[in-house]
Design a protein around this ligand. Structure first.
Ligand SMILES: Cc1ncc(COP(=O)(O)O)c(C=O)c1O
Length: 454
């Protein structure tokens, strides 16, 4: 294979059969579409190239900056593509949560602009999401940026309708699989592939996978967030199911250790979600075929097939994995993890509403801990509050109680959800007087209580 440019190596990724001894399904052949083997490392290489390509010549002429709202694989691919065309690239995001990817983007020469998301309420008196405002500015006519706009750009979906989907059909000898399973981020890959597969066979069942509520699997949305994505159409999926981060890591380990596929967490989630979805279907097939073979026909029936997408590679997620599974790195097991709380514990977390919180602050001077991002805190916060961003707070509690038990503590976050989890956790750890501010900074603002700016 000889290419004139690395971009020609995007696509045509292998479809690899997973050993049935690993997945245990008796009647279904399971195939992994290895998007991790794209040249910049992920499924997003296709979308990035397809979205950027038409604008590159004009951007080079005007010296425009390439911009995308991405903190992951799209940004990585665009940083490379922009660099190859002599253009600067800026990644705009509300928080870079994967340090390896942030470092890689910097290494590739990207500019990173971190804006708070709406839920972090940069300015609680302004209900507009800073990212939405930025998105609007980028999309205005006459914008000097080359904005690839992955959440709304039909060329994102098209990259998969012309590439990924047809490749799967070709590798299955002109047939669509019986099931297609994909994680949903922008929804571009699942939508584009599903469209092509259904054209070949309308009976294909499409399963979309998202992260479980209040969980985090880098690159994909949670059940709550998925409806906010411009390209997401519920009609694309026969079902949308959620996978937890622990399950994603389990899947990732199986793919890496037993199949030789060095997938990242969404590849693991896709494998785990596919096998989980198909297990009972496979059992039904076993049952119906045993009934048939006892009877007249003895027909074992045709084998079924399923395809899932492996979006990217494992290497960027070592710290993500270590945080959740220190045992895999020969470190002591995680302690004091809010993910281990039961729903009942969170529901019973000590909380205080705004009027009572104001009286409590006046009377007992609790330590007010604001868990939002430094941007949001700097814009407006409760007077006297200290800022410990949630990620850092998470680290602190792993080491034990971060405050004296004699110090009353009021935890504050955007809407009172995260603070409730930490209040439940600190209570479980033995703190006698910790409370969560019900409704968070939003409720404080709505009650007209004072906020200060640094
Ligand atoms: C690691 C990872 N997995 C899955 C996806 C989902 O792909 P899509 O945006 O096409 O829905 C993404 C998208 O960014 C991703 O980065």
């Amino acid at each position: 294979m000889r290419y004139e440019s690395i971009t020609e190596a995007i696509g045509n990724t292998p479809l690899v059969r997973i050993d049935p001894a690993v997945h245990g399904l008796r009647h279904i052949d399971l195939y992994a579409k290895l998007e991790l083997l794209n040249p910049f490392g992920s499924v997003k290489d296709r979308a990035a190239w397809n979205m950027a390509r038409p604008g590159l010549a004009a951007a080079a002429e005007h010296g425009s900056q390439v911009v995308e709202l991405s903190s992951g694989n799209t940004a990585k691919a665009l940083a490379v593509i922009a660099g190859m065309h002599g253009l600067p690239f800026k990644s705009v995001t509300n928080r870079m949560r994967i340090p390896e990817i942030k470092d890689l983007l910097l290494l590739l020469g990207a500019d990173i602009e971190e804006l708070p998301g709406q839920s972090e309420c940069l300015d609680p008196t302004n209900t507009e999401d800073p990212l939405t405002l930025f998105h609007r500015e980028l999309s205005e006519p006459g914008s000097s940026y080359l904005h690839t706009d992955q959440y709304f750009n039909p060329r994102n979906t098209e990259a998969h309708a012309t590439g990924t989907g047809p490749e799967i059909v070709k590798d299955l000898d002109g047939r669509a699989p019986d099931w297609f399973v994909a994680c949903v981020g922008t929804a571009g890959s699942s939508t584009g592939v599903a469209r092509v597969l259904r054209e070949h066979d309308p009976r294909v069942r499409v399963v979309g996978l998202v992260a479980a509520k209040s969980d985090f699997i880098p690159g994909i949305r949670t059940l709550d967030e998925v409806h906010e994505v411009g390209l997401f159409d519920p009609a694309t999926y026969d079902t949308v199911e959620s996978v937890g981060s622990d399950e994603a890591i389990e899947g990732m380990l199986t793919l890496a250790r037993r199949c030789g596929i060095l997938a990242g967490p969404t590849g693991g989630a896709a494998y785990y979600g596919t096998v989980r979805h198909l297990r009972s279907i496979d059992e039904e097939l076993t049952y119906s075929q045993s009934v048939e073979s006892d009877g007249e026909t003895g027909d074992a029936g045709p084998r079924r097939s399923a395809v899932f997408i492996v979006c990217d590679r494992i290497e960027s997620y070592l710290s993500y994995t270590k945080r959740r599974r220190p045992d895999l790195f020969r470190q002591p097991p995680r302690r004091n993890d809010p993910a281990d709380l039961t729903d009942a514990e969170v529901a019973a977390a000590p909380a205080v509403d705004v009027p009572d919180a104001r009286k409590w602050i006046e009377r007992d001077r609790p330590l007010v801990v604001d868990l939002r991002s430094p941007f949001a805190y700097a814009a407006l916060h409760i007077e006297g509050a200290i800022n410990i961003v949630d990620q850092l707070f998470d680290e602190l509690v792993r080491g034990g109680l971060p405050f004296s038990t004699r110090q009353p503590v009021l935890l504050v976050c955007p809407v009172g959800e995260q603070s409730a989890r930490y209040a439940a956790l600190l209570t479980r750890m033995g703190h006698p007087e910790v409370r969560s501010l019900s409704g968070g900074v939003i409720a404080w603002r709505d009650a007209g209580a004072p906020l200060v700016r640094d």
